[in-house]
Ligand binder design. Structure first.
Ligand code: ATP
Length: 217
């Protein structure tokens, strides 16, 4: 991991991919510079936060000029390890799992799902969007052979912890957990938890209790 990343606060680091995607679009439309106000409008992060985030990258916007798009892009590419492909395994080839296998993560990122795993015999040995599906019995062997560093979990909640323990044993560095289960992992493994049902419920709750103001057309 790069030294720069270690010094960046976690909240800032989480926004990097967002900035990176937007800057890449700007760059491909030929734009050379961008102001924090423009960035703010596009990524929906307030401009004071953007200025503070960018100051960690040594990118000091000039008044009336803004930020140099090329400089920021090359910084993000290095910091996010965009030059290096991170190999990902998907575990649980059900409805959600298949959707991820069909989604082209390479479009915006340098991450690629290399292998899938399941326990249903009919799915083993098939290809989903060119990704081979293996049996869970072969998990450790296949992860090692493919140099997989990250796993996406789309299995039923009751299977999540047992699988996580095996992933930890296999030296996986990060887990993106889409199951409702809360996972126990040692400090050297990072888990990001996305519970789609909870996110949706919380959106609905906010809409009901903190209604957004009506905007006149
Ligand atoms: P489907 O429509 O294929 O049943 P689903 O998304 O509705 O999928 P889930 O019960 O959430 O169903 O299971 C997701 C996937 O995880 C399924 O393909 C299932 O076979 C797989 N699965 C279940 N248990 C395990 C396990 N222990 N290890 C790996 N995969 C598992």
């Amino acid at each position: 991991m790069h030294n720069e990343v270690m010094k960046i606060p976690q909240a800032t680091a989480k926004r990097l991919p967002l900035y990176y995607r937007f800057l890449k679009n700007l760059h491909s439309s030929g734009k050379q510079r961008v102001s924090s106000a423009e960035l703010s409008e596009a990524v929906k992060v307030d401009s004071a936060t953007i200025r503070r985030d960018f100051s960690y990258f040594g990118a000091l916007g000039k008044k009336g000029y803004g930020y140099n798009v090329n400089y920021l892009l090359s910084f993000f590419r290095k910091t996010l390890d965009q030059d290096e492909l991170t190999k990902v395994a998907l575990i649980g080839v059900g409805n959600l799992g298949v959707a991820f296998l069909k989604y082209n993560f390479l479009k915006n990122n340098n991450t690629k799902i290399e292998v899938g795993f399941d326990v249903i015999e009919d799915k083993i040995g098939t290809l989903v969007n060119d990704v081979p599906i293996h049996h869970m019995d072969d998990l450790e062997k296949v992860l090692q052979e493919n140099g997989v560093e990250v796993a996406i979990l789309t299995v039923p909640a009751n299977a999540a912890q047992t699988i996580t323990d095996r992933l930890v044993e296999s030296k996986i560095k990060g887990i993106l957990n889409f199951t409702p289960a809360r996972l126990n992992v040692p400090a050297n493994v990072r888990v990001h938890h996305i519970d789609l049902a909870v996110e949706l419920q919380s959106l609905v709750y906010f809409l009901k209790h903190y209604p957004t103001p009506d905007v006149e057309a």
